[in-house]
Ligand binder design. Structure first.
Ligand SMILES: N=CN[C@@H](CCC(=O)O)C(=O)O
Ligand SMILES: [Zn+2]
Length: 434
């Protein structure tokens, strides 16, 4: 419990979502309901002692309505814009070692699957992660979360997936659970035991182990309160899990009451999105190779498409058909895909790439990285917009218009003045940054 917070004097407040709006599709993605300052004053956000947004309006309105309130904290946002905290709908933040040598190989022409087939890729990181002590993994994880927070991320989907066996996957989810106590970022954990086929194992046996050994171990640890888990992910790809195997794991996940958030149609057009839409998966990621039937199924199933432009850029993949997806009514979101292959912790960079590579407008990109990303995690009743009743997660940006967050590529460290989580200031720009 902490005091009342008044954020006031802002040039713009960008609510993104209107009351009752859980996601935005089509043309609505571009409508952010921006409040602008006028000759008579700026704009305000009031966050109550429980960390929940009480009001969003002009300074004058707020003064008239709350004149009798005494605020415990005031945050002067003069010369700044106020935006919702960013939501990263896809990340892999718990692993040891790095893969900088593969970055160099890929730049010289090796493909992702070639690197993987020669013993690199996910299995390389599984080996490094297994050899890294818990305390060191936790320290690495917390460093990454701090950098994400400084870049404006306040809600994060975070996957396991660098162990590929029951004990190891439970270990990674436990570390995420422990980290949650030391970060203001809200974490939505995803079990990704089906990230790769372990060496010398047939894919059917790997599928059986995920369903019969790993998932029950994760659910048992959850019962004991040792970890939390919201969703299950499967890497549905040639050389990883087939459509039928992904479907079998997805069925088991749904029977356990977990959400689905599946890697589909990244490198090979397998029609993973079509399958995911048909089983009403909450979300899929990648979709570079999605088919027209896949797009239709995502729209019909209410399945959020989480697009990952960092991976597309790094691996030289074709762009997912973002414009077509938006036009056909798919709920589009964004994620950093932070992992040892695509090392990007900063959602503002992801938003810039979404505009430059996927041709989203800045307003569509912000919707995709706030309200729609929160909906991918089925948390948009509480996160992803600045409106009464939502958790008071926001960022204060020193800029005349909020779009500078996206326009100034790589400059977010200078632009983001403060980050607030649940009504508490949790990040302030270092004073030596211009
Ligand atoms: N494709 C699978 N997972 C990650 C890559 C993980 C890795 O290469 O370590 C992705 O989303 O890009
Ligand atoms: Zn991923």
């Amino acid at each position: 419990m902490h005091g009342l917070l008044l954020v006031h004097g802002a040039l713009e407040v960008v609510p993104v979502g209107a009351p009752g709006e859980l996601f935005k599709k089509g043309a609505a993605m571009g409508d952010l309901h921006v409040l602008r300052s006028s000759a008579t004053g700026g704009c305000s956000v009031v966050i109550n002692a429980d960390g929940i947004i009480e009001d969003v309006s002009t300074d004058d309105d707020i003064a008239a309505r709350y004149g009798h309130w005494s605020f415990d904290h005031k945050l002067d946002a003069s010369g700044c814009c106020v935006l919702p905290g960013l939501v990263d709908a896809h990340s892999h933040p718990v692993w040891g070692g790095d893969r900088v040598h593969e970055f160099i190989l890929k730049l010289a022409g090796a493909s992702y699957l070639e690197v993987q087939a020669s013993g690199g890729g996910i299995q390389y990181t599984v080996d490094r992660t297994r050899d890294t002590p818990d305390q060191e993994l936790l320290t690495l994880l917390l460093q990454r979360l701090r950098r994400m927070l400084a870049s404006g991320t306040t809600l994060l989907e975070a996957k396991s997936g660098y162990a590929l066996n029951a004990d190891g996957e439970v270990r990674l989810l436990r570390l995420l659970h422990q980290a949650a106590a030391f970060t203001p970022i809200t974490i939505s954990p995803t079990f990704l035991g089906a990230h790769a086929i372990p060496p010398l194992m047939a894919s059917d046996e790997a599928t059986r182990q995920v369903i019969e050994e790993q998932l029950p171990a994760v659910m048992a640890a959850k019962e004991l309160g040792e970890l939390s888990v919201d969703a299950v992910d499967v890497f549905c790809e040639v050389g990883a899990y087939s459509i039928a195997q992904t479907r079998a794991i997805a069925d088991a996940a749904q029977r356990s009451g977990l959400k689905l958030n599946l890697h589909v149609d990244e490198l090979t057009p397998l029609d993973g999105a079509k399958m995911a839409g048909e089983i009403h998966a909450e979300a899929v990621s990648h979709c570079e190779e999605v088919s027209p039937e896949g797009i239709a199924a995502l729209a019909a199933g209410g399945t959020v498409a989480v697009l990952l432009p960092t991976t597309q850029l790094l691996l030289g993949l074709k762009a997912p058909p973002a414009r077509e997806m938006i036009d056909k009514g798919v709920i589009v979101a964004l994620g950093s895909d932070f992992n040892p292959n695509a090392y990007c912790l900063a959602m503002p960079t992801v938003l810039h790439l979404a505009c430059a590579l996927l041709r989203l407008s800045p307003a569509e990109a912000l919707t995709a990285a706030t309200l729609n990303a929160a909906h991918a995690l089925r948390r948009s009743t509480s996160h992803g917009a600045l409106r009464p009743g939502m958790v008071g997660d926001l960022m204060v940006l020193r800029a005349p218009r909020w779009e500078h967050l996206i326009y100034q590529l790589g400059e977010h460290a200078s632009l983001i003045e403060q980050v607030v989580c649940a009504g508490r200031v949790v990040y302030k720009k270092p004073s030596d940054l211009p």
